[in-house]
Design a protein around this ligand. Structure first.
Ligand code: NG1
Ligand code: ZN
Length: 554
C-alpha cells in the first residue's frame, strides 16, 4: 500500500543507533542526516529494514537489535525509522555500505543478490539466531510500517518482539536490558514495567525527606509521551504530581502541532494551548513526539515567557553532580565534564567553563555521546533539549566499591548511585530527564526562577537559508568556522566584530536541505540583525539571485 508521507532515516542518532540508507535512489531525497522519502511505497523499505536488523543481530551472535518507527518532532504525516545497535556502537562503514545497497536494490532479484553478497563478505553465519525488538510512536502510518517490518523479520526467520507503542528512549532501554539480562551489567528488567520501576524507585530514593514540589505541567505534544508519562505517575507513588496536557494521541493531525519541545525551542514561546493553563511561576515542560527531547519553561509575574532549554538543563545538572562528587570526597578521582555543540548559548558555555571542563563538538547526538564517554561522568545536552548523563563503567564500579568516611559522604554517594539508576544512559530521555531536573530542584529548593537565574541567556537567532547546493558549505572546528565557500568566513568575522558580544556561525543542516545561520549578541535587536546580515552573506555566496534576496536579509 503506498503511503503518502515522508520516511526519515536519522543519521544523527547516538552510538546506539545506526542508519541504514545513505544514498537511496529515485524516490528518496537525501539529506546527510536523514533520508526523506516522498510518496513512496514505504512498506518495502521497512521490510528490508527488518531483514537488515535481523542480519545485524545474526552477525552479533543473536544479540537483540532495536528498530524504532518514529519521525520524532516532525509533523504527523512524516514517518521514519531508527535502528538501535546492541553494543552501543556505530555500524561499521563496510557493513553500512552493504546495508545501503540492500535498501536500494531496485528489484527483488537485485535485493537477493545484494543479500547474498552481504552475508558472504561480512561472514554472517545465517544459522545463528536473530532477535529484533521493535516499537512505534503514535503516528497512524506506523501500523502499516510495523506490519511490513514484521514481514521482513519473518522472511529471514528472526525472532521479533513487539514492544508496542512506546517512546524511543524506552525502546533503547529495552534493547540494553535484553542484552545485559542475567549479566553483572544488568540494566534492569527487560520490560516497560522494569523501566518505570527503575526510574520510579530511584526518584523516590532521591527525593525522600525533601518537601514535595508543586505539580509539574507536561505538554506531551499529543504523542506517545502522554502514555508513558501517565504510566510513570503510577510509579512515582505521589512523590511528584504531573499534570498532563496535549495528551490527545488519537486526534488526527494533533501530533507536534503548535506544541511540543521543537515548537517551544523554535518559536521561543509557550504552546498556545497552555496559555490559560499555566499559572505565573509554575514549572512546565514540553516533550517531543517520541519523548526524547525536553524543554522547560515558566511565565513570570508579568506573564513573560522564560525558556529553560537543554543548555539550562546541562548547567543545572552538571553543577549538582559536581557538588555531589565533592561532597562524597571523590573530586580527585571522578572528573565531570560537559559536552555541547556550537548552538549552546554563549552564556551557558561561560557559566559551565568556569566550573568544569566543557567540550564543543559537531551537531548530532552521536558526536555528543562519544565525547561524553571520555569523561568519568559526561553530561551532554543539545540546546534543543536532547541529552543525558553518562557514568563510565569504571566510575560505576568505583561508586559501588567506595567506602565513605563520614555520614555526609555516605549520603552524597547514595545520591550518585541513585542517579546512575534514574538517568537513561542509553540516549536522551525526556521522562528520565524530567525526573533528574525535579531531583535537582527539590535538593536546591529552586523554583524555575532561581534555576533560570544561574545565568542570563544571550539573545540569539537561528535562520535558515535555502541554497542550490548546501554541500558547497564545508566547516571545521566543530562546525564553528567555514572552510568554503572561499572568503565567506572572513566576511562573517568582519561583520561579527561590529556587534557587542557578537558570535555567529554557518553550517549546512544534516536533516534539511538548508544552510543554518546562528547568531547571538548582547542585545536582542543586534542578534537578529547579525543573523540576517550573515544570512545575506550566505545567500550571496551561494549565488542567489539578488532580485529574489529575502528582504529580511537586509
Ligand atoms: P541539523 O538539521 O543538522 O541542524 C537538527 C538539530 C540537531 C539534531 C538533529 C536531529 C538544531 C540546530 N539542529 O540537525 O541538533 O537534533 O536535527 O537528529 O537544532
Ligand atoms: Zn525525538
Amino acid at each position: 500500500m503506498p503511503i503518502q508521507s515522508h520516511l526519515i532515516f536519522d543519521f544523527n542518532m547516538g552510538p546506539q543507533a545506526f542508519v541504514l540508507c545513505k544514498c537511496l535512489i529515485d524516490n528518496f531525497t537525501i539529506h546527510d542526516g536523514h533520508v526523506a522519502i516522498r510518496g513512496s511505497t514505504l512498506d518495502s523499505v521497512l521490510f528490508r529494514v527488518g531483514v537488515i536488523a535481523a542480519l545485524r543481530s545474526k552477525k552479533l551472535d543473536g544479540l537483540a537489535v532495536g528498530v524504532m518507527v518514529t519521525a520524532s518532532h516532525n509533523p504527523e504525516q512524516d514517518n521514519g525509522v531508527k535502528v538501535v545497535d546492541p553494543r552501543g556502537e556505530m555500524l561499521e562503514g563496510s557493513w553500512e555500505a552493504h546495508a545501503t545497497n540492500l535498501a536500494n536494490a531496485p528489484t527483488t532479484d537485485d535485493f537477493l543478490a545484494v543479500l547474498d553478497t552481504l552475508i558472504r563478505t561480512t561472514k554472517i553465519d545465517i544459522s545463528k539466531p536473530a532477535r529484533v525488538v521493535y516499537a512505534r510512536d503514535t503516528r497512524p502510518s506506523g501500523v502499516a510500517l510495523v506490519a511490513a517490518l514484521e514481514d521482513g523479520l519473518s522472511a529471514i526467520g528472526a525472532e521479533g518482539r513487539n514492544a508496542g507503542v512506546t517512546t524511543t528512549p524506552i525502546l533503547h532501554y529495552l534493547v540494553k536490558a535484553i542484552n545485559t539480562k542475567n549479566t553483572p551489567e544488568s540494566y534492569g528488567d527487560d520490560s516497560e514495567e522494569g523501566y518505570f520501576q527503575k526510574l520510579g524507585t530511584a526518584f523516590q530514593n532521591l527525593v525522600a525527606g525533601r518537601p514535595p514540589l508543586e505539580a509539574l505541567l507536561i505538554d506531551c505534544a499529543n504523542g506517545v509521551g502522554a502514555l508513558a508519562a501517565s504510566t510513570l505517575t503510577e510509579y512515582l507513588d505521589g512523590s511528584l504530581s504531573l499534570i498532563l496536557e496535549n495528551a490527545s494521541i488519537s486526534t488526527p493531525g494533533a501530533l507536534n502541532f503548535a506544541c511540543g519541545a521543537d515548537y517551544v525551542k523554535t518559536m521561543q514561546r509557550l504552546p498556545p494551548s497552555l496559555a490559560d493553563r499555566l499559572k505565573p511561576g509554575q514549572r512546565a515542560c514540553s516533550l517531543d513526539g517520541d519523548a526524547d527531547r525536553l524543554m522547560y519553561y515558566y511565565l513570570d509575574e508579568r506573564g513573560i515567557f522564560h525558556m529553560l532549554d537543554g543548555d539550562k538543563i546541562a548547567a543545572l545538572v552538571a553543577a549538582f553532580i559536581v557538588d555531589l562528587v565533592k561532597s562524597a570526597g571523590l573530586e580527585n578521582e571522578v572528573k565531570v565534564g560537559v559536552v555541547q555543540t556550537a548552538y549552546a548559548n554563549g552564556a551557558s558555555t561561560k557559566y559551565l567553563a568556569g566550573r568544569l571542563p566543557v567540550k564543543c563538538v559537531a551537531t548530532g547526538v552521536k558526536h555528543l555521546h562519544h565525547a561524553a564517554e571520555h569523561f568519568n561522568i559526561g553530561v551532554y545536552f543539545e540546546a534543543n533539549g536532547h541529552g543525558t548523563v553518562l557514568f563510565s563503567p569504571s566510575t560505576q564500579s568505583k561508586l559501588a566499591l567506595y567506602q565513605p568516611s563520614t555520614p555526609a559522604q555516605s549520603t552524597a554517594l547514595k545520591h550518585l548511585i541513585n542517579l546512575t539508576q534514574l538517568i537513561n544512559q542509553t540516549v536522551g530521555d525526556a521522562l528520565s530527564d524530567i525526573l533528574l531536573v525535579e531531583v535537582v530542584l527539590a535538593h536546591k529548593s529552586y523554583t524555575g526562577i532561581e534555576w533560570d537565574s544561574l545565568y542570563v541567556d544571550l539573545p540569539n537567532r537561528l535562520v535558515k537559508v535555502v541554497v542550490n547546493n548546501r554541500n558547497a558549505f564545508r566547516t571545521e572546528n566543530a562546525e564553528r568556522r567555514l572552510l568554503s565557500p572561499p572568503g565567506l568566513q572572513s566576511k562573517i568575522d568582519e561583520l561579527v566584530r561590529r556587534y557587542d558580544g557578537g558570535r555567529s556561525f554557518v553550517r549546512p543542516s544534516g536533516t534539511e536541505d538548508v544552510v543554518r545561520v546562528y547568531a547571538e549578541a548582547v542585545v536582542r535587536s543586534q542578534a537578529d540583525e547579525l543573523a540576517f546580515r550573515v544570512a545575506g552573506l550566505v545567500y550571496d555566496a551561494a549565488g542567489g539571485d539578488p532580485s529574489k534576496r529575502p528582504k529580511e536579509f537586509l
